[in-house]
Ligand binder design. Sequence first.
Ligand SMILES: *Cc1c(COP(=O)(O)O)cnc(C)c1O
Length: 360
Amino acid sequence: MTKNSFFSPVVGQLVPYVPGEQPKLVNLVKLNTNENPYPPSPKVVVAIAQAAQHGLQLYPDPEATVLRQAIATQHGLAAEHVFMGNGSDEVLAHAFFAFFQQGCPLLMPDISYSFYQVYCRLYGIKVKVVPLDGALRLQVADYACSAGDSVAGVVIANPNAPTGVGLPLGDIETLLKVHPGRVVLVDEAYVDFGGQSAVGLIARYPNLLVVHTLSKSRSLAGLRIGYACGQTHLIEALERVKNSFNSYPLDRLAIAGGVAACEDVAYFEQTRHAVMSSREGLMLALEDLGFSVLPSQTNFIFVCHPKADAAQLAASLRQRGILVRHFKQARIDQYLRISIGTPHQSDQLVAALTAILPIQ
Ligand SMILES: *Cc1c(COP(=O)(O)O)cnc(C)c1O
């Protein structure tokens, strides 16, 4: 641990999140951070260019009202059921601060989005990890608490990352019923690639908070837009935290681009279906090469090969200009997480793996 005398006590204790590599090299086949391989809707670019011509000397709308309304409409909710933030990472951070600092542990899977544990360190939230089963699936029965055990809440990604495996809505309802007095946060960053969204349960469950991002299925990772949906008392808590931190998390360009992305439903449908269909093709091709592939409802697949070390495979792919993600973490260190690219990128990946892998 570092001993910088200028640090406040908590800073030396932090274990910051390490994002996937964003290389400066061009021409890499970048399948390591689950970005969308397609650019955003052309209407987004037009809307941003127009917004850039007016009013950048003025602060943006602190409530991002037009974007909030566009998102609410898309989900059949009222605007007061939506909270906007600078990427869903910021929304998650505010939610952890608002709901999980309870002195008792927050339940989360052992294998999930690693940022959750980072927020817990930052905010001094206790954690109880609940292991996924032997097939890396989440079993909701494991989240039932014995009487007298108090918990701060539950956070899961659905579909999960980095496994790609989704839970049915019935399982989400079970979690909501088991923990009626605590927030159950469902991070649906990847839900548009085939998962079942819990947004429709919000009216019935005052403890449900669903978090979404425009980074993945709307191709807007570079614009930083995320949001949470929940009943108004949860949104109010998030607003209180946000307005104690930064009143203007979404800038004028992001608001304009986000609205255009939400309105271009045809483009959204076309690109997400292209990703899902590439995913099915790539899964079959990798299975032919001897990989086992977890079922995926996301824009990535989680794979392992019985005859090849995952870290070495990632290094060999890198030498051939292909980036994939390897996690040096117990239980998953023989897996690779591979983002779904264009069909051409899939072909490049399969050709490289065919050359690298030992002959069967
Ligand atoms: C990518 C991702 C996020 C973060 O998305 P941003 O909106 O870009 O901050 C959140 N949760 C999960 C599980 C993700 O994979």
